[in-house]
Design a protein around this ligand. Structure first.
Ligand code: FEO
Length: 400
């Protein structure tokens, strides 16, 4: 995509990463990519807001030069130091001899340690304003959205917020930049949700504080550093992020996520019977096969739903490793206080049951059922399912 004007003398100069398999070396983006958005403000002082990643630095710098003479850049605002937004810094540094880097005190420390950037860095304070000509920029500290140094930059007269990761989403920009140009907003929102849970979710209490802090700021446009620029309805992404940041406090969906993994089909057979019985209780449910679906796509469902049903066998004296991986990632992302159940097959060892018990205690999951069967599930095993389904659906509905 070519540079795009988002307001008078304000340009998007981002890049689409459609090459990387993984974001943060962890989260799949191969299918739909991700955009790394950067912005240029032309005024008496010329400003770049956030940079780009190392992999795309050549393409990014070429695009920047289409909009601004790099020797005439006065400020580079580093809202966030994660290398998806700063990887291009070493390459760009020599080309911006007159630029002063701006960021929080913590950003200054990170810049020194990640990039040896020790000169030309000016620390800005929360609420500080910077006049750049006809425009004023104001900085809002929003720590841990997504790293401790993070801040948002606000163009006061234009009412444009540049919040970096906050309000961002996966998904490369499909030739369009703005929400009102997007033919499939539901998809971009689902990718924003996956991004939130994968990247920001652990720090939801901070995200909530940031959202509340920014609530009184008049906004015409939210221009994050990933995903769409929201100019028609910024409230829409604002509300989505607000909802996502509230799920950990218990305002979750009265619905369940059933995750199953199986080696030879015994646990899968049982999982199918469980999902049918729970569905017959009228409880909305999303189902994921961990053998084939990456945890990145399962996390949003675990994040929003009150109920979790885990179906997986014992493997080499422990819970099936792929399921362990999913649960470990859920633990890292602080998916806590759920209504849960476990079912699984075992052969000579049945240690998964104990492991689940420990996990649920640590994660404050209310374990409604913890049931194992030897090898293939028998008629007697299936008999317990209807009563379980009712008890589980009731518990999910009753959970506060
Ligand atoms: Fe888009 Fe936390 O970096």
């Amino acid at each position: 995509m070519q540079p795009r004007r988002i307001a008078d003398d304000i340009y998007w100069v981002g890049i689409n990463d459609r090459q990387s398999d993984l974001f943060e070396g962890l989260w799949p983006i191969k299918e739909h990519g991700v955009s790394i958005n950067s912005y240029v403000l032309l005024d008496e002082k010329n400003v770049i807001v956030d940079l780009s990643c190392e992999l795309m630095s050549e393409r990014y710098i070429h695009k920047l030069k289409e909009v601004v003479d790099l020797e005439k850049v006065d400020y580079i605002i580093l809202n966030h130091m994660e290398p998806d937004h700063t990887g291009a810094l070493p390459e760009i540094r020599a080309q911006v001899p007159n630029a002063v880097f701006l960021g929080t005190a913590k950003a200054c420390e990170i810049a020194a340690n990640f990039y040896d950037l020790r000169d030309n860095f000016r620390v800005v304070e929360d609420g500080e304003e910077l006049k750049i000509g006809k425009r004023t920029l104001r900085f809002y500290s929003i720590p841990f959205v997504h790293w401790p140094e993070t801040m948002a930059t606000y163009a006061v007269e234009d009412q444009i917020l540049f919040p970096c990761d906050a309000f961002g989403g996966y998904g490369a920009l499909p030739g369009i930049l703005f929400d009102d140009q997007c033919a499939d907003l539901a998809f971009m929102e689902s990718e924003a949700m996956r991004y939130y849970v994968n990247i920001v979710g652990t720090h939801s209490s901070n995200a909530k504080k940031a959202i509340e802090k920014l609530r009184p700021v008049p906004l015409k446009t939210i221009a994050p550093s990933h995903g769409l620029v929201w100019r028609k309805n910024p409230e829409r992404i604002y509300e989505l992020y607000s909802k996502l940041s509230n799920y950990p406090d218990g305002k979750r969906e009265k619905a369940a996520t059933l995750i199953f993994g199986s080696m030879y089909g015994n646990t899968r057979t049982f999982a199918e019977a469980v999902m049918q019985a729970v569905a017959e209780e009228g409880l909305p449910m999303e189902v994921f096969d961990v053998n084939t679906i990456h945890a990145s796509y399962i996390l949003p469902s675990l994040w929003k739903n009150e109920g979790v049903i885990v179906c997986a066998p014992t493997y080499e004296g422990a819970l099936f490793p792929i399921m362990t991986n999913v649960l470990n990632i859920a633990k890292v992302k602080k998916v806590q206080k759920r209504t849960a159940a476990y079912f699984g097959s075992y052969a000579w060892g049945s240690m998964a049951k104990k492991q689940i018990e420990t996990y649920c205690t640590e994660q404050k999951w209310n374990l409604i059922e913890n049931y194992q069967f030897f090898g293939k599930p028998k008629a007697a095993d299936f008999e317990m399912i209807p009563a379980f389904a009712k008890k589980f659906a009731d518990a999910v509905r009753m959970a506060s």
